[in-house]
Ligand binder design. Structure first.
Ligand code: G16
Length: 542
């Protein structure tokens, strides 16, 4: 380590005095102007991580669903997973070290994590379309360079594309080619194969309206369009040419507000979807002829995929292979349908795809989705090998065909992380293959009415949780109040948790009617406000 060079380079990316940030649900998030030193230091950390694992790692500059003024950084591990939790602590330590401590913190991390400073380091970099992203990714480059790491800057990419590229690089091309063209070709080849099997539904052309949140999804979908089969027509809205990123649009806006995004002209019964700012989440929706908005969120996506995979797995003799992973936000009706009707085991883990991904790895086929539309499917090596073998060698035509469809599904799904583009194509293929309309999909079960709220408090860490975030353990008395409030409503459930991406406490409530869900959410929000040091005006009734 060239200490003089480190000192000089770090001085160009100074840490604002007193600022302390935490590696949260998906990396660091804050106002863009607070992040220059964080980016430089995450460049440093990426080099250390790459040396520790002797592989390429990724750094994605994005704040995903947050407002355009924010930015953030997510680190990607060698197989495209989120950064290993044991390194999140190092990330926080490095981010918050004062200038004079920087070198000793690096040395300490190297000792604790057995990093050989003389090894090669390789980092892939990507960024979203925020105005601040280009400069911040230059700070990442500075951090990588000063520690002698090599980097490849892919520039504007979706977060899942960067995860994919890192995985391809470290599997020597087994997962695919580490280029955007390789990504487009792999996904579109599998999608085209699947669409060839779809019974003609009378709908010769399949139209889908996509709200791109004024983000990177628009750019990348346009690049991919030439690869799509010609009967699939994707219409892009909110492509970033007119409005601000995530402003009144995008998957998070649609999910939280349960209404259509601005900038997309919604016609009755048309199938539409929204991506988030870095295209790793997707939700579907439509408006019926009476103008009623129907949200089809991550839970319904998980359900559709599970139904489809379960049928195919039964055909190839692997019916017990499937499990679903959700979080506390999963609608009670979805969990009930999956467990009681579909008879699939369901597991609940803490918010954050890293937790869902980890749990899903325990199964032969692990479907995981957060209600907010972030998710994917993981196939174990053993399951994939068996499926590929059946697709090639099986004599029974029905079994062989089912294995072929599963094989194409494996190629179409981005197993490294939730991917709005890949998930969209998976859903479009399933709807076409099963001959299902968006209304029929929506009708598989009826969501319990629910409400999500945010409460501003002085320090969100005042709220502590347990049992996969379903119970509050602090501040004292909060859980007792929630329990008492829940008892006043039918089919009710509520929980609170500190956000890991925004400076708020989140409140979720569901009940038998929308009025009851709204009232319960408001009552719980007030309890949080009073017991956890609420800031500003108290939460207002909905
Ligand atoms: C990130 C995480 C998701 C999480 C979301 C909200 O999404 O990747 O797993 O659900 O933040 O987290 P929180 O409720 O802690 O703020 P994204 O799409 O913003 O990167």
């Amino acid at each position: 380590m060239d200490l003089e060079a480190l000192k000089n380079s770090s001085a160009l990316h100074p840490k604002p005095p007193g600022l302390a940030l935490q590696y949260g649900t998906a990396g660091f998030r804050a106002r863009a102007q607070q992040l220059d030193h964080i980016m430089f230091r995450m460049g440093l950390l990426a080099v250390l991580r790459s040396r520790a694992v002797a592989a390429t790692v990724g750094v994605m500059v994005t704040a995903s669903h947050n407002p355009e003024e924010d930015n953030g950084v997510k680190l990607v591990d060698p197989l495209g997973e989120m950064l290993h939790p044991s390194w999140e602590e190092y990330a926080t330590q490095l981010a918050n070290a004062e200038e004079e401590e920087l070198q000793s913190v690096i040395t300490e991390i190297c000792q604790k994590a057995a990093v050989n400073q003389h090894k090669d380091a390789s980092v892939f970099i990507g960024r979203d379309t925020r105005p601040s992203s280009e400069q911040l990714s230059q700070a990442v480059v500075d951090g990588i360079s000063v520690l002698g790491g090599q980097y490849h800057d892919y520039g504007l990419v979706t977060t899942p594309q960067l995860h994919y590229l890192v995985c391809c690089q470290n599997t020597q091309g087994q997962y695919g080619r580490a280029t955007l063209e390789g990504y487009y070709e792999k996904l579109s080849r599998a999608f085209t194969e699947l669409m060839k099997q779809a019974p003609s539904s009378g709908e010769h052309q399949r139209h889908l309206k996509v709200d791109c949140a004024n983000g990177i999804g628009a750019l990348k979908l346009s690049e991919m369009e030439p690869y799509f089969p010609k009967e699939v027509l994707i219409h892009l809205y909110n492509d970033g040419t007119k409005e601000k990123l995530n402003h009144l649009c995008g998957a998070d806006f649609v999910k939280v507000n349960q209404k259509a995004p601005r900038g997309l002209d919604l016609k009755p019964n048309e199938r539409c979807c929204s991506f988030d700012g870095d295209a790793d989440r997707i939700v579907y929706y439509y408006e019926d002829t009476s103008g009623h908005f129907h949200l089809i969120d991550g839970d319904k996506i998980a359900t559709l995929i599970s139904i489809f995979l379960k049928e195919l797995l039964a055909k190839v003799g692997q019916s017990s292979a499937l499990a679903v992973v959700q979080t506390a936000y999963a609608n009670g009706s979805s969990t009930h349908y999956l467990q009681e009707t579909l008879k699939v085991p369901v597991h609940c883990v803490k918010t954050g795809v890293k937790h869902l991904h980890h749990k899903a790895q325990e199964f032969d086929v692990g479907v995981y989705f957060e209600a907010n539309g972030h998710g994917t499917v993981l196939f174990s090596k053993a399951a994939e090998t068996k499926i590929r073998q059946l697709a090639k060698e099986e004599k029974d035509a029905e079994k062989r065909d089912a294995a072929k469809v599963l094989g194409n599904m494996i190629d179409l799904i981005n197993q490294t992380v939730g991917d709005a583009v890949s998930d969209m194509l998976v859903i479009e293929a399933i709807l076409a293959l099963k001959g299902l309309s968006v209304q029929q999909w929506d009708a598989i079960y009826t969501d319990l009415p629910n409400r999500l709220l945010k409460v501003q408090v002085a320090d969100r860490r005042a709220v502590g949780t347990a049992d996969a975030e379903r119970r509050a353990v602090s501040p004292a008395g909060l859980q007792e109040q929630i329990d008492a409030l829940v008892k006043r409503h039918r089919l009710a459930r509520a929980f609170v948790r500190p956000s890991g991406t925004e400076d708020v406490v989140r409140v979720y409530a569901e009940a038998d009617t929308q009025e009851a869900a709204d009232a319960l959410a408001h009552e719980v929000a007030l309890a949080v406000y009073h017991l956890a040091g609420g800031k500003g005006a108290p939460p207002q009734p909905i």
